[in-house]
Design a protein around this ligand. Sequence first.
Ligand code: GLU
Length: 278
Amino acid sequence: MVFVISGCGNNAKTSGGASSTPAGSPAASTAPSTAKPAGGASVLDEIKSRGKLVVGVKYDTKLFGLKNPTGGEVEGFDVDIAKALAKEILGDEKKIELKEVTSKTRIPMLDNKEIDMIVATMTITEERKKQVEFSDVYFKAGQSLLVKKGSPIKSIADIKKGTKVLAVKGSTSVKNIKEKAPDATVLEFDNYQDAFSALKAGQGETLTTDNAILYGMMAQDKNFEVVGEPFTDEPYGIAMKKGETTLQTAVNDALKKLQSNGEYKKIYEKWIGQAPSK
Ligand code: GLU
């Protein structure tokens, strides 16, 4: 099993520190690092007064956030982490509303205040840290390849000029594969189920994203397998609106609590412990 339980709180560099004022703007030098955007209550205050946490999760990603086609409920590791956060912040895991995000829509939905936070297989990157506040790392994945069993592609080294690689818009996976396999022809889809359907239909030779997500697809169809070693680090963080450092602290405190009271381990075992390994 390639997944690592991340010690929450081991990623001090990702929390706090960032100014809410864009660098280079006149106020940048005077604004304290915990500055709130001018006007209005903090998002944490809003969450408490409305008595509900509104969380963006994936609906297309088995093991992390997948809408069950029969019952309609959304299930997965990220969904359970989100519910556990609602319990820590509001005292009841039912005080939550889930909204669908995709890799491309998640930051705009946060910016529009349609959601309070994103818990959706989202990698902490330097570029994204300019747009959002991230929690400490709560899961560690790495980018890999999914192929049809028997494929000549056994690792990233087998991606040659013209190899069609399927990926999802707005993901780090697109950028990474273009860097690591510049000869690939990358075809981008709106969500992971569409990308997987395209792979099944033979529209490309391989699908690339985080191994954790690919294992979920492997569980959906045994004709496909994950090949090669992960070729990037994808530390997942919970994203909040830029400047919401009070909420960020509350989320990090909650994650630490889930780690120490065994709840994180339970959720991990439930979803990731049962994932097929190579
Ligand atoms: N973790 C990667 C990312 O944040 C890929 C998974 C996703 O698309 O959410 O972009």
